[in-house]
Design a protein around this ligand. Structure first.
Ligand code: PXP
Length: 261
């Protein structure tokens, strides 16, 4: 195996997305459960990164949460954001360690599809330069599409996050052939991104069944997981839920390392 793509024995880092804790809080309009507290519990369970998405409509995470995260969370924060002037201003003020630029449509239930880097190349390139100057590591949330990966590499972003939603949905639906095809596409995307010098992360829709094939990819550096982890936490508590996802990642990475020897 190429030593440059040796998997980390413990596998990709886990970014825990806490948006759905805020969704639950907002259902009753009060302050409980608090996503900042959830982040602190997730870190006690072994989360490596805390991920959140401040949407334009503030449907889950709110500005006060962002402030609380900045003040109380010592771990790296990954701020998912649409490419809008308002969000770029907020990010520049807050200076999270990581920013993931995502497409955003008001009517969608969750982030559907990847960012069209190719179609708005100048805007993305300018945002990457601006956020890079604010010391934020920029990642672009894209489909595993060669044209988008090429555009991402040219935009100056150091990182991409590949959209795993279609693969995860196929796994959930029990459609093994479709899952195999989506996984192949992701595998090719990871190889292309690596060859273009990009750090490669992935996320969306992942659960304990769909995480292992991604965690076992030697070049994968971070997995960002929210809905399934927060759902699992309802049954086992958030610290245990994080431990379960970390164990799942480490087992898959360990197996891949063993297989590659
Ligand atoms: N990565 C990105 C860029 C996202 O937008 C989301 C959803 O906010 C996730 C990962 C996490 O997705 P899920 O909640 O389905 O695990």
């Amino acid at each position: 195996m190429n030593p440059l793509v040796q998997p980390a024995p413990r596998g990709p880092l886990l970014g825990v997305n806490i948006d759905h804790v805020a969704t639950l809080r907002n259902a009753r309009g009060g302050s409980f459960p608090d996503p900042v507290q959830a982040a602190l519990h997730a870190l006690r369970g072994g989360a490596d990164i805390i991920t959140f998405h401040l949407r334009e409509d503030r449907r889950h995470i709110r500005d006060g949460d962002v402030q609380g995260l900045r003040e109380q969370v010592g771990a790296p924060l990954n701020f998912e954001s649409a490419l809008t002037p308002e969000m770029l201003d907020i990010i520049e003020r807050m200076r999270p360690q990581m920013v993931c630029l995502v497409p955003e449509r008001r009517q969608e239930l969750t982030t559907e599809g990847g960012l069209d880097v190719r179609g708005q190349f100048d805007r993305v390139r300018d945002a990457c330069a601006r956020l890079g100057a604010a010391a934020c590591r920029v990642s672009l949330f894209i489909e595993a599409d060669p044209a988008q990966i090429e555009a991402a590499a040219a935009s100056g972003a150091p990182c991409v996050e590949l959209h795993t939603g279609a693969f995860a949905n196929a796994v959930d639906a029990g459609d093994a052939e479709l899952a195999r095809r989506h996984l192949e596409r992701l595998r090719n995307g990871v190889a292309l991104a690596r060859a273009a010098g990009l750090q490669t992360n992935a996320g969306h829709g992942l659960n304990l069944q769909s995480t292992p094939p991604l965690a076992g990819m030697p070049e994968m550096r971070e997995l960002h997981i929210g809905h399934a982890l927060v759902g699992h936490a309802l049954f086992v508590g958030i610290e245990q839920a994080v431990r379960d996802f970390k164990a799942c990642i480490e087992k898959a990475a360990g197996a891949a390392l063993g297989a590659g020897r």
